[in-house]
Design a protein around this ligand. Structure first.
Ligand code: BGC
Length: 273
């Protein structure tokens, strides 16, 4: 099964058209760290150890772009690049900013990054990128039907795939649980900030997953984000979820690999003239 961004995003990695362009710099922009590495998009392997720089605060467009430039420089990179961004991203432009500086809203991230790197840059939502990586090289490989990846981190991200095709920017972390955004109750950052026990936090995650299950009837949940490394601490408390729940496999690398894949798939309109 091919895992794709919607057909209008362009050709699949490894197709003849892309033979010359299999190495792509993947950059994963998160609330705490910005990390990157060149990726072989055919195998999903990193071509060098990843490099991580702390996310500047405030995380304004200029400050983040400076870090992106620094990362590219670290790898001596001026070529094709894919980057994740923790917000709704359409055609390279950030449309929301739940966990980043509000100045991002309406900013053409792809154009800004492309200017400092030199090559073409594609920018996509962080959970969508992680999902594409998991569906291509990780735990979702060859899984048909409706697969929903939920990333539990600073916020809650989501990526929804029907038979391997992504429906981008689903933003299921902002579904309401009572009066609150789900991510304000069940993100991993909430567990840390409020020092919740694994059991108490898992009860919130369970309530959230049961809600998403009620709305979408998925065939599989993939749980991503750094905390998926510790799935044994909270998966045992998710008994009320009827859908199969599995932990992501690519862990720290999913965003980097997914960003690179997104670029190959030409997510959105090219941003360099
Ligand atoms: C944002 C999403 C993002 C998620 C995870 C949410 O607050 O709205 O776009 O995917 O956090 O970073």
């Amino acid at each position: 099964m091919r895992v794709t961004y919607p057909a209008w995003f362009g050709p699949y990695p490894g197709s003849d058209e892309n033979d010359a362009m299999t190495s792509v710099l993947g950059i994963d922009i998160g609330g705490t760290g910005i990390k990157g590495a060149p990726v072989d998009t055919r195998s999903g392997q990193l071509l060098a150890d990843r490099h991580r720089i702390l996310t500047p605060h405030p995380s304004t467009p200029d400050a983040v772009t400076e870090v992106v430039a620094e990362l590219a420089k670290f790898f001596d990179w001026t070529g094709p690049t894919g980057a994740t961004f923790p917000a709704v991203v359409k055609n390279g432009v950030a449309r929301t900013a739940a966990n980043v500086d509000p100045a991002w809203i309406g900013t053409d991230a792809a154009a800004m990054f492309s200017k400092v790197i030199g090559g073409e840059v594609t920018v996509v939502n962080d959970a969508d990128a992680a999902g594409v990586a998991e569906m291509t090289f990780g735990v979702g490989k060859d899984r048909a039907g409706l697969v929903i990846m939920i990333t539990l981190g600073t916020g809650i991200g989501s990526a929804l795939f029907m038979d391997g095709v992504l429906v981008p920017n689903t933003e299921l972390g902002h579904l309401k649980m009572g009066k609150h955004d789900a991510e304000h109750l069940a993100a991993d950052s909430v567990r840390e900030t409020h020092d919740l026990s694994w059991k108490d936090w898992a009860a919130r995650v369970q309530e959230y997953l049961v809600m998403v299950e009620g709305l979408f009837s998925p065939d599989l949940f993939v749980i991503g984000g750094g905390v998926s490394k510790k799935s044994e601490k909270f998966f045992p408390h998710l008994g009320q979820v009827q859908t199969e729940v599995v932990a992501a496999q690519l862990l720290n690398e999913a965003g980097i690999v997914g960003a690179a894949l997104a670029h190959i798939q030409r997510a959105g309109v090219p941003h360099t003239d």
